[in-house]
Design a protein around this ligand. Structure first.
Ligand SMILES: [Zn+2]
Length: 242
């Protein structure tokens, strides 16, 4: 059995037997890792509350035949504030669920780890509209996973322009020639908001999403876009207050 170190974010945990727990992590070097923590549910376990969902941890593990075994865990950031608030926790749960869906095992996941940490950090800033931070995260996750939404040129033929019909399967906006007949165009403000959500910054999202109609239209589109590319809806989505 080989010993290795990794830093990663806890995606989910579940009970195993009387005292153990299985932890799914997203690590920088090995992508998704499934590992056992022995005795973690015994009182006075040396792992304490370090391996809770959202926690960013530094780990030492043994690689096992089926599951790896966590032998040491140091907390880097607990993100306890995200767990403590219902809306933030619902958004964080949707983030880790979506990450769990796109992450692969045995594949470096630097961009994915950085995006997840940035998303969780943005939630700890207590945004007025946590669901908007979540929508931004999900569009950026789609980009990292290879489904960057085309917003400045037709997704089918490449004709530049902020076309106003969005084709979920095509992966972005569609020019009048490529849009299916009878498609309903999006509001200009909803399209502008999608651009902000898909962009790079986390500040100013509350302002960008101030208009409820644009916010709802953009949220509905993010929902269809992600559901299409992930194959089925995210379960934690329904808990997110809108
Ligand atoms: Zn076109």
């Amino acid at each position: 059995m080989a010993l290795y170190r990794e830093q990663g974010v806890v995606l989910r945990t579940y009970k195993l037997g009387e005292t153990d727990r299985i932890v799914h992590l997203l690590t920088q070097g090995r992508g998704k890792v499934r590992a056992v923590v022995k005795g973690v549910r015994r009182p006075g376990s040396r792992f304490g509350g370090r391996l809770e969902p959202f926690s960013h941890v530094d780990l030492q593990l043994y690689s096992g035949r089926n599951l790896d075994i966590i032998t040491q865990a140091e907390l880097i950031t607990s993100f306890a504030a995200v767990r403590a608030d219902f809306a933030l926790s619902a958004c964080g749960s949707t983030m880790v669920e979506a990450t769990d869906r796109v992450a692969q095992e045995d594949e470096r996941a630097n961009s994915l780890v950085l995006l997840l940490l940035a998303g969780l950090r943005a939630l700890t800033q207590r945004p007025a509209l946590p669901s908007v931070v979540l929508d931004a995260f999900l569009l950026r996750l789609a980009s990292v996973a290879g489904y960057h939404p085309y917003l400045d040129a037709c997704a089918t033929c490449g004709t530049p322009g902020r076309h106003r019909v969005f084709g979920v399967a095509a992966g972005g906006v569609l020019c009048p020639a490529c849009a299916p007949p009878g498609s309903r165009p999006l509001d200009v403000s909803a399209l502008a908001l999608l651009g902000e959500l898909a962009g790079a910054g986390w500040d100013g999202l509350d302002d960008a999403a101030a208009e409820p109609r644009a916010r709802r239209a953009a949220a509905a589109l993010v929902h269809s876009f992600l559901t299409y590319h992930l194959g089925r809806p995210l379960r934690a989505w329904e808990l997110v207050p809108r």
